[in-house]
Structures are given as C-alpha cells and as structure tokens.
Design a protein around this ligand. Structure first.
Ligand code: NA7
Length: 537
C-alpha cells in the first residue's frame, strides 16, 4: 500500500446530494466499507447551494422523494404540492439522520483527483483536506447543475454593489429592501426568484437574453386528508412513475396532437396546465418530435401567457420565438409574468440591446442607457452535466485524463461507465435521462443497478468491470441519434452545452425516457453485463 494512503475502503462516493446519499446508504447496507466526500458543509447537493428566494422543485413533492423505504415514504408529511427549498432540505436532513448517513461523510471537502492503479485495479482519491483514500470502486454523484456559471462581463469586477449567483446563495439570505436590483438570466432560477425580489426591491431590472416558456406551478398546500389519500396510493403512483418518460406518474395522451379534435386537444392542454409546469411538455406523445404538434402546444401556451401581461410590447419580449416549447426545460413559476405589470419592474431584452459593460454604478447597455444598480443577481445557470466532474483530475489507464477523453463531449456506456476507467461510475449524469426526469427516482435506479453490479462481481470473483470502447461508441451514437430524432436539437440549451462559450455542442442526456432507459440497463444486467468487460483479479 502506498505510504501516503490514509485510509483504504471498498467504495468512495463523491457528493452528498440525493444520489450520493442513497449510494452511501445502499452500499453500506450491503456490507461495503464506504467513504463519502462532500464540498458543502452538509448534505443536500443542489438544495444545499440553491437557497435563492423562490427556489422550489418542479417535480411534485410526493414524487420527488425516496421510494426505497416504505416507512420513510409513509412517515414524511409534505406540506405543499411543490416543495420549496427549505422543506426539501429538512427532508434530506431527516433522511441523513434517520439512516445515519453523515457518519461516513467528510464535509467541506472537495475531491481533487482520482487516479487508477492499473495493476491493483484500485483508485487513489485525494482531497483538499489532505486525505488520500484507496478504494476499489469510485462513485461520482456530483450533480448535473452544481458548477455555477458566471458570464464574463467587461468591468464586472469594478461594480461597487453586491453580486450573487443563485446557485451559491448566502445561507443568511439577502434583504433587497430599498435597493435597485438587476437580475441577469431568465431560466428557472431567474423566473422563480424575480417575483420575490420584486417584492423587496425599489427598482428591479431584468436582463433577459432568451425568453423562456414558463407555466404556473398551481402550487397549493396539501391538507391532511389529501395527504392520507395520496400516501395510500403510493404503490401505484410509484409503479406508474417507473414506467413513465419523466419519473412522475403521468402518461401522455394516448393519441397524437393532430389526431384529435380541437376541443379534445384544448381540453388535454388545459388539464396539463392545471397539473402545473414541466409536465406540459409531454401532454401529447408527439409534442417534442413534430413541429406542427409542438406549435399547437406553443399557441395554447402563448394565449394563456399573453393574457397575464399588461403591456403587449413587454409580452412580445417575454414570448420565446427562438425555440419550440419544451426543448429547454419548461419553467414552473409563481406569478412570474404578472411581476412585469408592476411599475417598478423593467425588462431589458439583451438580444436587441446587449450589455456593453458593467461599471462601479451598474450596467451600461449598447444603446447607451446606463442602468444604476445597488445589487446584481446572476441567475446565469451552470456548466451543466460535466462542469463538476471536470474539476476533478480523474486519471484512468495510461494516466489518461477523463476530461481529455471527453473533450469532444461526454463518452459513456449507459451513462454509467466509460472505457479506460474500470470500477469508476458516474451516477445521474450525461448519457442517462436523469436531467430530463425526476432525479430522485433516477438516483435510486442507478444506485440499485450499481449495487447489483458490485454483487455480481463479487459473486463471480471478478476484480473489476469496465465498459468496452465499442459499447461506449455505440451508446454515444444511440444518444446522438435519439436526440436527432426529436426537436431537442433546435434549442440553445444547457443539455447541448450551448450556454457555455467553447463547450462542444453535443446533446448530453439520453432522450429516450426514464422507463425505457430503466429497461435497457436492466436488460444489460440480466445478460451478464454485455458491453462491459469483467476483469479477473
Ligand atoms: P438556466 O436554465 O441555464 O438559465 C440561465 C439563464 O441565464 C438563461 O436565461 C440564460 O440565457 C442566461 N444567461 C446565461 N449566460 C448569460 C449571459 N452571458 N448573458 C445574459 N444571460 C445569460 O439556469 P437556471 O439556474 O435558471 O436553471 C437550471 C436548471 O435548474 C433548470 O433547467 C431546472 O432544471 C432547474 P440563455 O437562455 O442561455 O440565452
């Protein structure tokens, strides 16, 4: 054993978000010695960092919760249809306590590198806390939206006021009372926070590069009787969710958009609208593959939204014209569009009038307007799906860096593994459907698969498992071809890396749906892990 090694374990898990927590619980329960590392001071992952006002999940609470333990599922009472960040943090805190998950984690600690010892088929994991851990398996659960992106705006460092990023929000909160505030970015984080920031700020200027499709959450408290009824139906709810495309228990309309009468179509859109938010993108099965079908959904959306906005010129700016509905994640809002009816809220379209630079006092626009600001909120998103993995120097066979292998885009087999990196697993990341689905069920799907896989290795005396180069190439091709068969390629989305200058334009998720993906990975396991090489000790 290398002299520097401070500890030797079976599995290192990186990340204490919803995926990492379950990985630690499950693998520990099977008798593996597990060691977890987490950059934040506590559990929670994205919910630990994203404490901006209005932060709320766009998957219903009953679904966005673990299903692996019936007592946990029945014992936890969600207070709202769509839970806000503090309630989700309370839930994850409860899970961590209940299963004593913190005892195997070191917090406030980033993993700097993971290096393969090819002979021993073990990984050496180094942290910024000076730990050097030898592990047979290395499991990354670092999240897809966990590496904040701040655009480089000339002069930004000269701005005298405070700046914030929604994905790194101060734990003490921020009071915008009496301030002139600018929000840059109108994705989920911008759209959720803008109505609440507007309640405090004396003036709010929203800088919008691209308009987004947003749909009211239709959020409401869940009363005790409803909660009892919902929990009694949990088994069926979960069954349907596992079959579905998005990990929620809702099926698309059985027929195609244009095969039904206008009245039936409107009725279906209306019902989905009532469900709230992101589910609208799957009202009909052809909505994300056929532009004519998508136009119907889009027109219905536009009619609804324009009715909420007072000034038609502002509405023109707020209605997207650059991408079909659902090709970026539909935002789930509370009173977003109505916010622009207030006197002190102003919208700047950056396509027509870009930010030239920032100075000590605010933002200068291309048309010469100077917007005086006391605080700026960057709601500018993340280096999605690969950003957090890129921060770790992962060296596989021959000292190859994973970031070099992925320079032209992520290369995975089933999203789970890649060639040259035996016994290294990346959970709920690129090559999987997780960012397009309910990530908690995705986490369970991946971790359960992983647990079976490790069991298979031990049962048959294998030291390691490694995706074959051929399987990786085929999966990359399959993911690309499936995406090309949809409208998803027509939006400049973070699914495609389009929000990060210089990032390769590759559609990173598996677009075939959560249920279909679950069948594929189960079939691979049942076949004895075809596409993987099983390596003797
Ligand atoms: P998103 O969805 O990536 O949104 C980021 C927003 O910031 C979006 O409106 C971007 O415009 C905008 N942006 C990014 N860079 C710039 C620059 N340079 N100038 C102006 N505006 C910019 O991130 P969120 O945090 O809102 O949401 C992430 C996910 O979390 C979301 O999809 C849900 O799944 C939950 P663009 O559209 O790129 O033109």
């Amino acid at each position: 054993m290398n002299d520097n090694i401070t500890e030797s374990v079976d599995v290192v898990v990186v990340g204490a978000g919803v995926t990492g927590l379950y990985a630690v619980h499950k693998l520990r329960g099977l008798g593996y010695r597990v060691r977890g590392f987490e950059r934040g001071a506590d559990v929670g992952g994205v919910w630990y960092w994203n404490r901006y006002p209005g932060a709320r999940c766009d998957v219903e609470s009953l679904d966005y919760s673990y299903s692996f333990d019936e007592e946990l599922q029945q014992g936890w009472d969600w207070s709202e249809k769509y839970a806000a960040q503090p309630e989700i943090m309370r839930y994850l805190d409860h899970v961590a306590d209940r299963f004593e998950l913190r005892r195997d984690y070191t917090f406030d600690t980033s993993v700097l590198s993971a290096e393969l010892d090819e002979e021993a088929l073990r990984w050496t994991v180094r942290t910024d806390g000076g730990e050097v851990v030898s592990a047979r398996f290395c499991v990354f659960a670092v999240g897809c939206l966990s590496s904040a992106h701040r655009p480089s705006i000339p002069g930004a460092d000269t701005f005298a006021g405070d700046t914030y990023h929604t994905g790194e929000w101060p734990h003490a909160g921020v009071d915008f009372s009496g301030l002139r505030v600018g929000v840059i970015g109108t994705g989920s984080s911008g759209i959720q926070s803008i109505p609440l920031i507007a309640e405090q700020a004396t003036e709010l200027t929203v800088f919008q590069r691209s308009a987004n499709y947003s749909i009211p959450a239709g959020n409401s408290p869940i009363d005790a009787a409803t909660l009892r009824e919902l929990k009694a139906g949990y088994a069926e709810r979960r069954r349907l969710a596992r079959l579905s495309g998005g990990g929620s228990p809702f099926m698309t309309h059985p027929r195609k958009t244009l095969d039904v009468s206008e009245a039936e179509r409107r009725d279906a859109f209306e019902k989905r609208w009532e469900l709230g938010g992101v589910l609208y993108s799957k009202t009909f099965p052809d909505q994300l593959v056929d532009l004519a079908a998508n136009d119907e959904a889009r027109d219905f959306w536009e009619e609804k939204v324009r009715a909420r906005i007072g000034d038609p010129a502002v509405a023109d700016l707020l209605v997207p014209t650059d991408h079909p509905i659902g090709t970026k994640r539909i935002v789930t809002d509370s009173d977003y569009y109505e916010t622009f009816n207030q006197e002190h809220v102003r919208l700047v379209g950056l396509r027509e009038n870009p930010i030239e630079r920032m100075d000590e006092r605010g933002v200068l626009l291309a048309d010469g307007t100077h917007v005086a600001l006391d605080a700026v909120v960057f709601a500018t998103g993340f280096d999605a799906m690969t950003g957090s993995l890129d921060r770790v120097a992962i060296r596989g066979r021959g000292g190859r860096l994973l970031t070099d292998d992925w320079r032209a885009g992520p290369r995975t087999y089933l999203g789970l593994g890649t060639d040259g990196f035996p016994n290294l697993f990346n959970l709920t990341g690129p090559g999987s459907p997780c960012v397009l689905a309910n990530v908690i069920l995705c986490a369970e799907q991946h971790v359960d698969w992983l647990a079976d896989c490790l069991g298979h290795l031990d049962e048959h005396g294998y030291a390691a498992i490694e995706a074959s180069g051929r399987a990786v190439e085929d999966w990359v091709t399959e993911c690309r071809e499936r995406a090309a068969g949809t409208l998803m390629m027509s939006a400049d989305s973070w699914y495609l890396g389009a929000n990060i200058p210089g990032k390769p334009r590759v559609f990173m998720p598996f677009v075939g749906g959560f249920g279909v993906y679950g069948e594929i990975i189960a079939e691979v396991a049942a076949s004895g892990y075809k596409g993987f090489d099983l390596l003797p000790g």
